[in-house]
Design a protein around this ligand. Sequence first.
Ligand code: GLU
Length: 378
Amino acid sequence: MPLLFITLPMSSTIVVKIGTSSLTQPETGQLALSTIASVAETLCQLQQENYGVILVSSGAVGVGCARLHLTERPKSIALKQAVAAVGQGRLMRVYDDLFTTLQQPIAQVLLTRSDLVQRSHYLNVYNTLQELLALGVIPVVNENDTVAVDELKFGDNDTLSALVASLVEAETLFLLTDVDRLYSADPRYVKDARPIPLINNMEELNALQIDTGDSGSQWGTGGMVTKIAAARIATTSGVRMVITQGRNPQNIVKILQGEPIGTHFSPHPEPTSARKRWIAYGLVPSGKLYLDHGAVTAISQQGKSLLAAGINIIEGVFDTQNAVQLCDRNGNEIARGLVNYNSQELEKICGSHSSEIRSILGYEGAETVIHRDNLVLI
Ligand code: GLU
């Protein structure tokens, strides 16, 4: 008689990001095997509880350094890329051994920033991840450090994990790091730094005026700045984000059961749509438009499209349908969008009324410079 496999519908997806500082021993840079084993056990447990699970793991450069007995993180790009090629293989070997012992298939997914720029590529990454999850596989994601070029880099895996969580519309993104939660200042140096258990929205976070210091350890690239940037991407995409300690991965299960561990960032109640998330976070902007006060208000408070009349200055060279940043007079970014005119055309029509565009350019153009359907507030 044929066997019948009954697969329960997947409940929800969680993305877990672990940083180099949690994966390696602080002094030697060797792998922290007990932590990695505990990550594997925890993720398998969640997979068996019917969660879709994605692991975003750093460590290619750190592990490569340990393998090659380098005593500090490489400074030159070529060396860093070579070292990452050594470390990524080693890292996957360790993960695969541990997960295979637990009967859990995994997959390596290496991404570069340019994989998300083309909408068709972006959707392709989405489809592949969904397919892997449907097969019960845990994808292990990292930036493809060996080929990534500087201008087109995620740069840090906090950002990468938030983009992945946004792409798959995860329920929760866990950032596992070397501190147990977010503090008002760096607790390693500031004695009376206050722990912050919950951030309801980004305005609350701004009001706390957190002293984020600079990057974390000598091996990682993160630190709290990139975690807060990740929180912005995740929460506006409707994903809850939790910062918690990497040395205790089993806390993930407790947090999902409702225990108040770590720092929780609540998801935005009205998340940005999938296409607008791609405009905001998938695309790499090729220019900047500085707007006058009226245009800033119309866009940010009245949900209006951008017209040529509201543009003061154009920066960068871009084509029609490229993404650009929209800034107020002080250079603060307020929105991103896809332009209906290239930079040369915009130089000619900026500041003009829409009805004048035809006579300035000598041909009929779009009424708006960026239609509100292609515009997303940052
Ligand atoms: N992709 C880098 C690595 O695997 C890590 C980036 C980061 O530390 O956030 O070494």
